[in-house]
Write a protein that binds this ligand. Structure first.
Ligand SMILES: Nc1ncnc2c1ncn2[C@@H]1O[C@H](COP(=O)(O)OP(=O)(O)OP(=O)(O)O)[C@@H](O)[C@H]1O
Ligand SMILES: [Mg+2]
Length: 598
């Protein structure tokens, strides 16, 4: 299960990560600064409240000066209102900044996801990428909205109280500080335990996500093989473990806060006990003692707050490490820094494709293509055949530069694909893949695929030309019928026809086609074959076919075998050679079974 990354929880502070994180705060620095000012001012006002109490008791109540007391009460009210306002300002600013940073980080991650090489997606489970964009970014938000700046406030309050206490009465101050070691021990214990339990909770959540994602996607297989109860039991186990680690965490919280309360009450009791005596002796005023009690209670709150923020900081470091790890994934397939200036103007070139001694492996040296060379002239129609796994789809992946070759080169209109600006290279191709990907949206939107310049008329004509209009017309809202996610509501043949319409509507210079292996009925097959003829007219075409009938009248046929290009020629020439193609042909027509492959 894909949980490894989620388990890591490193240091609470890593200056390298922090510096990079603060860059996200930079655009909003004026907000952060304002929030910081608000926090520090609020701390000062917090400090002022017990002091006002002290004044009230010693100067006015003790002397019976009620007019002065009224003035002081007003001042107290003013302080309260100001505190409220400052806290409001601070909360609003920090939360807003957190939300904005969250949006910025998500946009950056999403942009990066669109540029990452396909090879990276071969290795990375989708669930993990989802976690980066959702949970990990949430954690960062928490850090920015409640952590970083607020810690300054806590430290400021803490130091402020210590200074005030010491100047007011050093004996009572020492008494109050005497419980600090206990607080430190409790806090350390809590922090360690909570961190561990947090790590475990994360791990189990990652497992729940991974499990659900895999099993919901494969629901039909689960149901067909009657795995429901077994899966349910597995899920039950994961879920129970998640509950248990959460309950552990709750236990630590349930102990920690009352413990801090207890210690702070203890400190108060000591202040009353000793302070009461000193008041009797006359070495301490009553007001000072009351103020002391209030200060002591305010003293412990930032300590417990800080231990929580420490955890926030720690998870933020871990999350940011993962996010930056993703953002730092090197992108090897990108437009060259200095694209070659093409001698031929756009449009006139209709696609001239050359493979020169191409060697390629998806991983290491497991060669999938070995020394493949061929040439496709502009306007030529070339078919590619071969057994399953021979490397046919790989050829397409390389022409469109989803992957880069290890040796040799591929030229499109005389220029190495690596020297083309990526967008421009890919724009020349119309691609019809083995498994058609449809997006949720209407039928028309799936044909248009975001190209706003394709009006309804173009869409309709494209659909008609590839015979997709008949089944679209039968749908409840025609072209405006919504298509479910992944096209789940359409048949395979229908999806294929839709993808033809999509390719035709975009009128590409070169057509690249990877025929689906799934069976369609004879009528649909005829429709598809006719649609293909329309699609190929006047375009350079590379068509991978599983039904030899599809490509018999192609200008040339390439025969792939275990990553090598073994034969090429027209249908008749290849039959005459009596080689691999001949054998494939025999196999396919021996039992009038009109297809090979899977
Ligand atoms: N993304 C990938 N990562 C690693 N290996 C891959 C990847 N895609 C394909 N392969 C391997 O490369 C080889 C060629 O695959 P390819 O998809 O080109 O075959 P194909 O000729 O299109 O087969 P089919 O007729 O079944 O579509 C196979 O052995 C396959 O296991
Ligand atoms: Mg294939």
């Amino acid at each position: 299960m894909a949980a490894h990354d989620e388990e890591a929880l490193g240091r609470a502070y890593d200056s390298r990560l922090m510096r990079r994180l603060l860059q996200y705060l930079w655009p909003y620095w004026h907000h952060a600064l304002l929030a910081l000012l608000a926090i520090v001012s609020a701390s000062v006002l917090q400090l002022a409240q017990p002091w006002i109490t002290k004044l009230a008791i010693d100067r006015y109540i003790a002397t019976g000066d009620l007019a002065g007391l009224n003035t002081l009460a007003l001042a107290f009210l003013g302080v309260l209102v100001a505190s409220f306002t400052l806290e409001y300002v601070q909360t609003w600013l920090m939360q807003m900044t957190g939300q904005r940073i969250m949006r910025d980080v998500r946009m950056e991650v999403a942009t990066h996801l669109q540029r990452i090489d396909l090879a990276h997606y071969d290795r990375t489970p989708v669930g993990r990428l989802m976690t980066r964009v959702t949970t990990d970014v949430d954690v960062l938000n928490e850090m920015f909205s409640s952590g970083v700046v607020a810690i300054f406030g806590d430290v400021f309050t803490l130091v402020g109280i210590m200074v005030v206490l010491t100047t007011m009465d050093w004996r009572l101050a020492l008494l109050t500080f005497s419980v600090l070691p206990v607080i430190v021990v409790i806090t350390q214990w809590f922090r360690r335990r909570v961190r561990e339990s947090y790590r475990q909770v994360r791990t189990w959540i990652a497992r729940i996500n991974a499990f659900l994602q895999e099993n919901v996607t494969g629901m039909s297989t689960v149901q067909v093989f009657g795995r429901e109860s077994r899966n349910f039991a597995t899920f039950g186990g994961i879920n129970a473990a998640h509950r248990d680690v959460n309950i552990d965490g709750i236990f630590y919280y349930a102990v920690f806060y009352p413990a801090i309360e207890f210690v702070s009450a203890l400190a108060t009791a000591m202040i009353i006990f000793m302070g009461g005596g000193w008041v009797g002796e006359g070495t301490l005023t009553l007001g000072a003692m009351v103020a002391f009690i209030q200060y002591a209670q305010r003293f412990f709150r930032p300590i417990s707050d800080m231990s929580e923020k420490f955890n926030v900081l720690q998870s933020a470091m871990a999350s940011s490490e993962r996010i930056f790890g993703l953002l730092d994934t090197p992108i090897s397939i990108s437009s060259p820094a200095v694209p070659v200036v093409r001698p031929v103007a756009d449009g006139s070139a209709r696609g001239h494709i050359v493979f020169e001694h191409v060697w390629f492996a998806y991983r290491d040296e497991a060669w999938v293509l070995r020394d493949v060379s061929f040439e496709v002239q502009p306007g030529q129609r070339v078919g590619v055949v071969g057994a399953t796994g021979a490397g046919k789809t790989t050829v397409i992946n390389l022409v469109l530069r989803f992957y880069d070759v290890q040796q040799g080169r591929i030229l499109v209109d005389g220029i190495d694909v690596r020297d083309w600006p990526l967008q421009e290279l890919r724009r020349r191709f119309g691609l019809v893949l083995q498994d058609v990907h449809l997006f949720s949206g209407t039928v028309a939107a799936n044909i248009r695929l975001g190209s706003a310049h394709l009006d309804d008329d173009v869409v309709r004509r494209a659909a008609e030309a590839v015979h997709a209009d008949a089944f679209i017309a039968r749908m409840p809202d025609g072209y405006q019928t919504p298509v479910a996610e992944r096209g789940a509501t359409l048949s395979v043949g229908q999806k294929q026809l839709l993808s033809f319409a999509r390719a035709l509507a975009h009128d590409p210079g070169v057509l690249v086609l990877d025929e689906a292996t799934s069976s369609v009925d004879t009528e649909t097959e005829l429709l598809i074959r006719d649609a293909l003829r329309t699609l190929m007219a006047g375009r350079t075409t590379i068509a991978i076919a599983h039904r030899l009938s599809t490509i018999q009248d192609m200008d040339r046929i390439l025969v792939m075998h275990r990553g090598e290009l073994r034969e090429q020629g027209t249908h008749q020439e290849l039959l005459a050679q009596r080689g691999i193609y001949h054998r494939l042909y025999q196999l396919q027509y021996r039992d009038q079974e009109p297809r090979i492959g899977v």
